[in-house]
Write a protein that binds this ligand. Structure first.
Ligand SMILES: Nc1ncnc2c1ncn2[C@@H]1O[C@H](COP(=O)(O)OP(=O)(O)OP(=O)(O)O)[C@@H](O)[C@H]1O
Ligand SMILES: [Mg+2]
Length: 364
């Protein structure tokens, strides 16, 4: 899974990137600080991993990971080559989800490229740029499809009609995800084009420390503005999150969070929300060598889950031994779970559930 961060220049994108990943991006108080995209890996925090570690005592623990891309800020006209963002929108096309950072804090020392803090206007500016980029994509594709449709090809005519709707929508400021389309047509003709505005989006309201828990007026405006989109709005004191991420010591982190009135780092919540946004879930493997979290789509079968570890596991899948996470914790070890008759043997049709502790049997 891969997520991309977008937003105006100087709104806290790289700061967010730094609070999420252990890669270090340059963040500073001037627009277009970021030029080349930053790519990092996020470890997905999961308290269940710590619990499994304490029970199994493995040589290593490997969390699930998400890749994250931080690009240059976008400005009005970015899609026409204004600023630096446009050339990097390609990096965003390759991601599975968008984190849209909105500046929701006042601070006269931090430059706002459009002069005044206004998250609603900022959001529109970015949306328009992303829509214009998608318009380019659909126009290019339409050229080809039109030719095929002229020859009388029925499928091409259907595709033409679908893409025309997308184009009309984009031209009137509607993101691809909000254009009304037949679900099958969307899957066949629209999904493969990887439109940026078709990706699930989460709005990250970057607030100052005082608003970390309750948000502020700007956040309320954002929530109101996007309520029909069904998109998630997250309030995050991004600057503070970056400071917390710097702390190595667990206790120190905890104290810092308590001072702010937070139970956990906001980025943990953000990552969980991103999982939900993408319909992803986690299963575990727990052996003496390693305890590890794996990411799979909700609804994945046992062989598909095995395939995330290795394609051979999927091809040669025989069966899976499954322990429910709660049973593992209750009985304390695989052997004890077995004794209690709580280890289930499952076949190819088994739909994996979040938190399953799995063992695969396969032929190579
Ligand atoms: N919540 C906040 N409160 C106060 N200052 C903040 C907050 N979030 C970020 N900043 C500051 O804003 C400045 C810009 O942050 P950052 O470099 O992350 O922006 P950016 O969106 O990546 O910009 P660019 O598009 O230019 O790369 C930095 O000085 C950062 O410390
Ligand atoms: Mg930056």
């Amino acid at each position: 899974m891969k997520a991309g961060i977008v937003g105006l220049p100087n709104v806290g994108k790289s700061t967010l990137f730094n609070s999420l990943s252990n890669a270090k991006a340059q963040s500073a108080n001037f627009p277009f600080c970021t030029i080349e995209p930053n790519v990092g890996v996020i470890n997905v925090p999961d308290p269940r991993l710590l619990k499994l570690e304490s029970l199994v005592n493995p040589q290593q623990v490997l969390p699930a990971t998400v890749e994250i891309v931080d690009i240059a800020g976008l400005v009005k006209g970015a899609s026409k080559g204004e600023g630096l963002g446009n050339q990097f929108l390609g990096n965003i096309r390759e991601t599975d989800a968008i984190l849209h950072v909105l500046r929701c804090f006042d601070n006269d020392n931090i430059v706002h490229v459009d002069g005044k803090v206004n998250p609603i206007r900022d959001k529109e500016t970015i949306d328009i740029e992303l829509q214009l980029k998608d318009l380019e994509t659909v126009e290019k594709k339409l050229e080809k499809v039109k030719r095929a449709a002229k020859t009388g090809n029925k499928e091409a005519q259907k595709e033409l009609a679908t893409l025309q709707k997308v184009k009309d929508g984009l031209e009137s400021g509607v993101s691809v995800r909000a254009v009304e389309l037949d679900e099958d047509d969307r899957k066949t003709f629209v999904k493969p084009l990887q439109f940026i505005t078709d990706k699930p989006v989460m709005y990250v309201c970057n607030v100052d420390e005082d608003a970390a828990v309750k948000g502020n007026e700007y956040v309320k405006l954002v929530q109101e503005a996007v309520k029909d989109e069904g998109a998630k709005v997250l309030t995050l004191a991004v600057g503070v999150e970056a400071d917390i991420a710097e702390l190595e010591d667990f206790e120190e982190r905890k104290m810092f969070l308590e001072d702010l009135g937070l139970e956990e780092a906001g980025v943990a919540k953000l990552i969980r929300s991103a999982y939900a946004l993408l319909n992803l879930q986690t299963y575990f493997t727990a052996g003496e060598k390693e305890v590890r979290a794996w990411t799979i789509p909700i609804g994945a079968t046992a062989p598909q889950a095995a395939g995330v570890i290795h394609t051979d596991f999927e091809k040669g899948f025989i069966r899976a031994e499954v322990i429910k996470y709660n049973d593992f914790v209750e009985f304390g070890s695989e052997a004890k779970v077995k004794e209690a008759g709580k280890l289930n043997v499952e076949g190819k049709e088994y739909i994996v559930e979040d938190g399953d502790v799995m063992n695969f049997r396969f032929n190579v």
